[in-house]
Ligand binder design. Structure first.
Ligand code: ZN
Length: 256
């Protein structure tokens, strides 16, 4: 990450998020919390809340939420770094200079995110494809509509995991980078192989990631290994997103 967590915290601490959001949304105060009509979905009665104490906004209607960086990304189309720079400027926080080493590290990190983004797109496609039929039914049975699937970028990983590797190969992604991104393990003869894992899970964007590193909206590299069934349609005993399969990481149960 270009800027350390402490610095990001400092910027958020000095940012009045109620005032920031209030530039776009008419808010009214109820106690320590401010409410307004959500700018991300159509509504007539306010289910969108902003709190300086928590330094965040949250919509109970569509699930949109995040901190001040996320707000600028979502409403003004800024990149995470641009949002940091903007708010740092407004808050009078000086940002450190950026060294060539930092630049190289950032470039590597970015390329891994791009790879994971490609994988994410692949899984999203699979969910929409014929292979994802059961997974779609399963998600619907859990009350996840198309909007939620889109928003949380849910996907389906077919058993034919080689298809993902083929896709990445077709995009000229080096095997080492697939491994570094946690999408494959180093196989024999330098060929990437499926990363082994039996866990079933639903992957989501990590929408709290902005203070810590990943820019929001990015797919998150999967430290635990390649995806398996993203949503298990088979009624397996570990199929429920609420099951704790003992794995930490960016793949989290759906918050919907
Ligand atoms: Zn909303």
């Amino acid at each position: 990450m270009r800027y350390g967590e402490g610095l990001l915290e400092e910027i958020l601490r000095r940012t009045d998020i109620v005032q920031l959001v209030g530039r776009r949304v008419r808010l009214s105060r109820k106690g320590r919390v401010f409410w307004g009509c959500c700018p991300f979905h159509k509504e007539k009665s306010p289910s969108f809340k902003v709190e300086n104490e928590r330094r965040n906004y949250k919509c109970f209607g569509c699930g949109a939420g995040g901190n001040a960086f996320k707000w600028l990304q979502e409403t003004e189309g800024l990149s995470f770094v641009e949002a940091v720079e903007r708010l740092a400027g407004e808050a009078g926080v000086e940002l450190p200079k950026w060294t060539p080493e930092d630049e190289a590290r950032e470039a590597k990190r970015k390329s891994l995110y791009e790879i994971v983004e490609l994988a994410c797109q692949f899984f999203e496609e699979q969910l929409r494809a014929r292979a994802g039929g059961k997974a779609r039914t399963y998600l619907a049975s859990r009350g996840l509509d198309e909007e939620a699937v889109k928003r949380f970028r849910l996907g389906f990983a077919p058993d034919a995991h080689a298809a993902l590797i083929e896709r990445l190969q077709a995009k000229n992604i080096p095997p080492d980078d697939m491994v570094a991104a946690g999408l494959a393990r180093a196989g024999e003869g330098g060929r990437p192989a499926r990363a082994g894992s039996d866990a079933k899970r639903i992957t989501t964007n990590d929408d709290d990631a902005s203070a810590g590193g990943a820019s929001d909206g990015d797919a998150i590299p999967n430290a635990g290994g390649a995806s398996d069934d993203v949503a298990s349609p088979n009624g397996d005993d570990d199929a429920s997103p609420s099951d704790d399969d003992g794995r930490d990481g960016p793949s989290a149960p759906v918050r919907a």
